[in-house]
Design a protein. Structure first.
Length: 185
């Protein structure tokens, strides 16, 4: 499993040890980027945490992508942003100051729209059964393949991805996979 095919996605609530320790370990891995995706925080709380995570990533030479809070990214000088699809659609033309803009999609048509609006890559999911989406049927590998075939930008599978199934993700033509639980726990 080549780590450059992996994107780490954070969730403090899944951590079994202090989150910033987990961030330090993640920053030492050779992943494409770490997406700081802490949905339960206010913008102010998120900015405080992002500031600490940015310091860790800069020390280790890791790439940090902020999630959802565009103003926080601008305040901290972070040039990579990942947005929920509705936010991305609304803000797409106001993101030219970012080096990398990505979004999460759930249909091939959304991936096409994201590509047309300037997304650099998309997360498509959820692919496999995952505790993060308890009770929701996974979309599966055929869905991922259909997204990959619909666009010319990189597609990363998300949802239930781990070292045991990443090869299946890669066989669809996806650029890689996103891992949350495996890195947080």
């Amino acid at each position: 499993m080549e780590n450059r095919n992996l994107i780490a996605v954070t969730s403090r609530v899944l951590c079994k040890r202090p989150f910033l320790e987990v961030m330090e370990d993640l920053a030492k891995k050779d992943v494409k980027t770490i997406v700081l995706r802490e949905k339960d925080l206010t913008e102010e709380e998120y900015e405080q945490l992002a500031r600490k995570c940015l310091e860790i990533c800069q020390e280790e030479g890791a790439v940090l992508t902020l999630h959802n809070f565009i103003n926080v990214a601008r305040n901290l000088g972070v040039k990579r942003i990942h947005l929920p699809y509705p936010v991305f659609q609304k803000e797409a033309e106001n993101l030219t100051d970012f080096e990398s803009v990505s979004t999460s999609i759930h249909k091939p048509e959304e991936a096409k729209t994201a590509e047309r609006l300037g997304a650099d890559f998309v997360f498509a999911g959820h692919i496999f059964q995952t505790d993060c989406k308890k009770g929701l049927e996974p979309r599966g590998l055929d869905f991922l393949k259909s997204v990959v075939e619909a666009v010319d930008i990189p597609v990363y599978g998300i949802g239930g991805i781990n070292k045991d199934n990443i090869d299946m993700i890669m066989e669809t033509g996806a650029a890689g996979g996103c891992i949350m639980s495996g890195f947080m726990k």
